[in-house]
Design a protein around this ligand. Structure first.
Ligand code: SF4
Length: 334
């Protein structure tokens, strides 16, 4: 596989949860492509379905409908939602997840060496101990962990170091694709920057592809080549990061961008208020799901669901995308 090759086609993913006769549509008809070596950022408010989408992509949960066609390192294509669990187990080592809370995802009773070695034991149980430990030391060194501390337990490490342990465990089997689910959200801002820089360096060194899920646009902007904006289970805008930040085409993207903090206290960004709370996904609004919070809403928006269509080189789901002139994130101000 070469840089830029298509490695994953995500098509029309739906994820419905049923409880007490109520159907919650957590993800509705999301589609996009992932190419080798790129980072796709997925953003949106809490409850927009981005984490559920990430879990469907790695088949941590079974999507209700859709296709995830993955081209493995052996060049063969697999439809994740159709293959049996045994075949999936063979491919799973190529696709890993990094989670938000490094502490709760690390077993406190295991040493860091054993935590990082766990995926090797599960996939290559006959590998000699010395070889396994050499692999752990190699990856620990790559992610910036002090290798003389590997016999310690997770509680002895800071939040940033614990996330490095989580990254080492995700990388130990040399995966092709990593889904990072709010991977830096629990960390202090200065540590966030270190981990993002580490992820970028590792991407170059190990030829990695990322799907980076976050509620934080400034983080996504720093790491992503393309960004998908989700609202109430749907993708409402998808395109190249620079274009999407400079000239958004969806009113929800515009509102999110206006809320990105600016480091200079003299710069006053006009924040676009989002009216009300994110609606209940069990009972979404008619028409455009965003209409009750959108300052550009028309009568058509209240009844007709806008479909994703191409506008100025990206995909947008808004009836008024062609006519509106929306405010982007002004890098000169920031
Ligand atoms: Fe706003 Fe209408 Fe566009 Fe929805 S379709 S984002 S309500 S202008």
């Amino acid at each position: 596989m070469n840089k830029g090759d298509l490695i994953m086609k995500i098509r029309d993913i739906h994820m419905n949860f049923h409880s007490k006769g109520i159907c919650v549509r957590a993800v509705s008809g999301v589609s996009f492509d992932v190419h080798k070596g790129e980072t796709i950022g997925i953003v949106g408010e809490s409850g927009c379905g981005k984490t559920t989408l990430g879990r469907c992509i790695v088949r941590a949960i079974e999507a209700s409908e859709g296709e995830v066609i993955y081209t493995a390192l052996d060049g063969k294509e697999y439809d994740f939602l159709k293959i049996d669990r045994k075949t999936m187990k063979g491919i799973r080592k190529e696709i890993q997840m990094i989670f938000q809370d490094p502490y709760s995802s690390l077993d406190p009773r295991m040493t860091v060496l054993d935590i990082i070695a766990e995926p090797i034991k599960a996939n290559y149980p006959k590998m000699p101990k010395a070889e396994r430990e050499a692999m752990v030391i190699d990856i620990a060194d790559k992610v910036g962990l002090n290798t003389s501390y590997l016999k310690r337990y997770p509680h002895a490490f800071s939040g940033g170091q614990r996330q490095r342990i989580g990254i080492a465990r995700a990388l130990i089997l040399k995966p092709q694709l990593i889904v990072c689910d709010e991977a830096v959200s629990a960390l202090d801002v200065s540590i966030q920057a270190q981990i993002i820089n580490l992820l970028r360096d590792l991407q170059k060194e190990m030829d990695l592809t990322y799907i980076f899920i976050s509620h934080d646009l400034s983080v996504v902007e720093h790491i992503s080549d393309k960004v998908g904006v989700m609202y109430l289970g749907r993708m409402v805008e998808f395109g190249e990061t620079e274009k999407l930040f400079a000239s958004p085409k969806h009113p929800y993207t515009e509102a999110l961008l206006s809320a990105v903090p600016v480091a200079d206290p003299d710069v006053k960004m006009e924040r676009i208020p989002l009216q009300g709370e994110i609606p209940n996904p069990a009972n979404p609004p008619s028409g455009c799901h965003f209409h009750a919070r959108c300052r550009y809403c028309t009568e058509r928006c209240k009844t007709e669901i806008p479909q994703l269509h191409e506008v100025d080189g990206r995909m947008v789901a808004c009836h008024r995308a062609e006519e509106l002139s929306l405010r982007g994130f002004d890098y000169a101000d920031a």
